[in-house]
Write a protein that binds this ligand. Structure first.
Ligand code: SF4
Length: 76
């Protein structure tokens, strides 16, 4: 799929973390993971990985903190 995030194969949010919460998983996929470049660039997981090269396992796409704050707080 052209509109899917390049990180989806290894992203725990996309693949397993929210198995018990299908409606939340579906919301994230629709608004972030499968919403093309625009969606990815709103995702804190995507942005943190882009800047720091890695991302905390449990970070959510809609985390309210700034990217730099997340990186600093997680010592990335
Ligand atoms: S958009 Fe965010 S949550 Fe979705 S696959 Fe990419 S990094 Fe993971």
């Amino acid at each position: 799929m052209d509109n899917i995030c390049k990180n989806y194969e290894k992203c725990p949010i996309y693949n397993e973390t929210l198995k018990e919460m299908p409606s939340t998983a579906s919301y994230y996929k629709k608004h972030f993971c499968e919403a093309g470049d625009e969606g990815c660039k709103k995702c804190k997981r995507y942005l943190v990985k882009d800047k720091a090269g890695k991302c905390p396992e449990r970070l959510l796409p809609n985390d309210s903190r700034e990217v730099d704050t997340i990186i600093k707080e997680h010592n990335l």
